[in-house]
Ligand binder design. Structure first.
Ligand SMILES: [Zn+2]
Length: 126
């Protein structure tokens, strides 16, 4: 059975706030870190069994800065954010579905208000 496409290259661009991934089938995509974090799939952010994932507005720039990424088994990535939140497991399947049908994965996409109190200093509001 063929495995799901998996990321072969991952680059975090802090200025653009994008996590760029290239997959094993040559698909590439630049994910906005605001969305990856605001729709964090972990049980703490989502409760249990919630799909599509609920949006959680952001407060600090640290929440959208990628500190570390580790692979989980053969199926997922764990993203550690600069504010210490590191329980979000992003399966390869989820990451691919986000490219193809974000509205099906992310409730209320794109979110109207990304920041609880407006964008932090140094973060554009685009
Ligand atoms: Zn979370």
């Amino acid at each position: 059975m063929p495995a799901h496409p998996h990321p072969t290259e991952i680059r975090f661009n802090r200025d653009e706030r994008r996590l760029k991934m290239t997959f094993s089938d040559d698909v590439d995509h630049a994910y906005r870190t605001e969305y990856l974090r605001g729709y964090c799939p972990c049980a703490h952010c989502q409760g249990h069994g919630s799909m599509p994932h609920a949006w959680n507005p952001l407060r600090h720039e640290r929440e959208i800065i990628v500190d570390d990424i580790t692979q989980v088994g053969a199926y997922a990535l764990c993203i550690a954010w600069a504010d210490g939140h590191n329980t979000g497991i992003y399966s390869f399947e989820l990451l691919r579905r986000i490219i193809e049908e974000p509205e099906a994965i992310w409730e209320g996409y794109p979110p109207e208000d990304i920041w609880v109190d407006g964008p932090p200093e140094g973060v554009d509001s685009d």
